[in-house]
Write a protein that binds this ligand. Structure first.
Ligand SMILES: [Zn+2]
Length: 589
């Protein structure tokens, strides 16, 4: 037998290794160039590269498989002499040179680790864990530790007594997607662009959290924290971009679900426990995000809580279609007498009590078993119960929609009550500072709250707010509260697929139409002072512009529209929550 094939085979193996290593390096460099704001190789979608392999997080199997494919391709190319047929010569000699192989392999498996270690600080030994709990649709004035007369939050009241309570925290929008994106990024809605409701299969602008932005989950992941997220909200999902930086994301909304109460708090907490038991890597701090949807309508308190605040509840239920009716000016359906409305509010409170009771035990356990944990419990927006003539949320910026509870507990923070007005966009930089990072990163619009907590800063922080996307929600409002006075501007409407329903008393007024409220004397925003205090209107609007927080609605039209592909079966569920595909959208021109 001839000995000639042996060196060829060896050469092919060596050349394949070189080609594979160079390809891996090129791919890594390209992705790094595209995602400059993200640090860490796993965050770049390359968990199998050196750093994670060395860290023992992932097996080398995918890399070996890729090398095998590359090897097979080189062999095949050589056998059929494709390149030779084209007049080229395969320079196996150079690729298979031992020095090339060693350099390429060294580059691919060591360089990423060295670069990543240089750009991704390892968390300090005592770096705290982070637990962020988002209670959807949580009104500040329905919270015990903020003065509500009903006992809806005894457990959270206890945590509040040992933590920091922000009595006047303002959301930057009045529905989930923009508000949570602000919490995660420290940016106003116009800057993070997650402002529109996706309408299945229809091109819509600005409905996704821009992947080039960085959430605090992603930042901490890039710095070595173990990250996980759980969400039952149709907007806080991977297709909308909210899984950035999450090593584990449980999206209940898009999962087929057998049990009736799938995605409710007991199931989520059981899943968090399972994560601790099965996936927790004790060598790293953790960063967890838990999105609780239980208090969002429809208000169906669990049996053990039903009837606590209303022994004879009415048969009225707040559903997506009823909210939709109200928002389209059709108000005949619900026969919404004062008694029936009170019954509805009682059931909302019973839902809040159920959340409190279930969450309370969990938070106690986290504090006991993981005392070095920063805990944030926050609302994303409130709910309207006809205070300004409407139901639900997402259509306006009244106080009942933007004033939300915000509670912070950290091992080194003394209990405090902060009366200063703060913003949800301050939460992200606050978390970063509490875990030992510099706080607000360049470009972030929020600022760390620690100077406020420490009493070094006592002036109300001006709170911008806005609502209105492309198509839905269609009402365009911009606003600024300086803590004492609040400006709201109803802006020009954008062209939409569906008619904009008249639901506000000043719907016919010329736009932009200003509202001005004295929050000290008129906290319920009953008397519009815009006409008599034109100088204040103009000063607040100038402030909004000067700080770079004002974006006219027309700016949206300059963004590229795209469509979200959704399972058609989910469309009905979206409508049930007041989100997405209603009849008017499909029938409108
Ligand atoms: Zn929400």
């Amino acid at each position: 037998m001839s000995a000639a094939p042996r060196p060829c085979l060896l050469q092919a193996v060596l050349a394949a290794a070189t080609v594979f290593a160079l390809a891996a390096l090129t791919l890594a460099a390209w992705i790094t160039w595209r995602e400059t704001s993200v640090q860490g190789w796993a965050a770049l979608g390359l968990p199998w590269l050196a750093l994670d392999r060395l860290a023992g997080v992932h097996a080398l199997v995918p890399a070996l498989a890729a090398a095998g494919v590359a090897f097979a391709l080189v062999l095949a190319a050589r056998r059929v002499a494709v390149l030779a047929a084209l007049g080229a010569r395969v320079r196996l000699g150079l690729l298979a040179h031992p020095l090339s192989v060693v350099l390429a392999l060294l580059g691919a498996f060591v360089l990423p680790g060295v670069v990543a270690r240089g750009t991704r600080p390892v968390p300090a030994r005592q770096a705290p864990n982070v637990l962020f709990v988002l209670i959807d649709t949580w009104r500040a004035d329905h919270t015990g530790f903020l003065g509500y007369e009903r006992d809806v939050s005894p457990s959270l009241d206890r945590l509040a007594a040992e933590g920091v309570v922000f009595e006047r925290a303002m959301a930057q929008s009045s529905w989930t997607k923009p508000s949570v994106a602000t919490l995660l990024t420290g940016l106003t809605p116009s800057k993070h662009h997650a402002v529109s409701q996706a309408i299945p299969e229809k091109p819509v602008r600005a409905f996704r959290l821009n992947p080039r932005l960085t959430t605090f989950v992603e930042l901490l992941h890039g710095r070595g924290w173990q990250t996980a997220m759980w969400s039952d909200n149709p907007n806080i999902t991977p297709p909308i971009g909210f899984d950035q930086g999450a090593e584990h994301f449980r999206d209940y909304f898009h999962e087929p679900c057998c049990p009736e109460r799938c995605g409710e708090l007991p199931e989520i907490l059981a899943d968090v426990d399972a994560w601790f038991a099965e996936e927790r890597d004790a060598s790293r701090p953790f960063c967890l995000y838990v999105h609780v949807m239980d208090a969002h309508y429809p208000f169906e308190p669990p049996p053990e809580f039903a009837g606590r605040f209303d022994a004879n509840p009415s048969d009225l239920q707040l559903t997506g279609p009823i909210v939709h009716d109200y928002m389209t000016g059709r108000r005949s359906e619900a026969n919404l007498t004062e008694e029936r409305l009170a019954s509805l509010v009682a059931r909302y409170d019973e839902e809040l009590l159920a959340v409190d009771q279930r969450l309370g035990a969990f938070l106690e356990r986290i504090r006991r078993e993981h005392p070095n944990t920063v805990i944030v419990v926050s609302g994303d927006h409130g709910e309207e119960f006809l205070e300004h003539g409407n139901l639900g949320h997402s259509h306006a910026l009244w106080q009942e929609l933007v004033h939300v509870p915000l509670l912070l507990w950290a091992p080194d923070l003394a209990p405090a009550r902060v009366a200063t007005q703060v913003r949800l966009m301050d939460v992200c930089p606050t978390i970063l500072e509490l875990v030992g990072l510099p706080g607000a990163l360049p470009g972030m619009q929020g600022e760390s709250l620690l100077p406020v907590v420490a009493g070094r800063e006592s002036a109300d922080r001006p709170a911008p707010m806005e609502v209105g996307g492309d198509q839905k929600p269609c009402w365009q409002w911009r606003g600024l509260s300086d803590g004492r006075t609040k400006l709201l501007r109803r802006e020009h409407d954008l062209p939409t697929l569906h008619p904009i329903p008249p639901i506000f008393p000043d719907d016919g007024a010329p736009r932009p139409c200003a509202h001005l409220y004295d929050l000290v004397r008129d906290p319920r925003e009953r008397t519009n002072l815009a006409a008599e205090r034109a100088a204040d209107v103009s000063a607040l609007f100038s402030e909004l512009e000067r700080r770079g927080w004002y974006t006219p609605p027309e700016t949206l039209l300059g963004l590229k529209a795209s469509a979200l592909e959704l399972d058609p079966e989910l469309t009905g569920e979206l409508s049930a929550l007041g989100y997405g595909g209603g009849e008017d959208e499909t029938q409108a021109p």
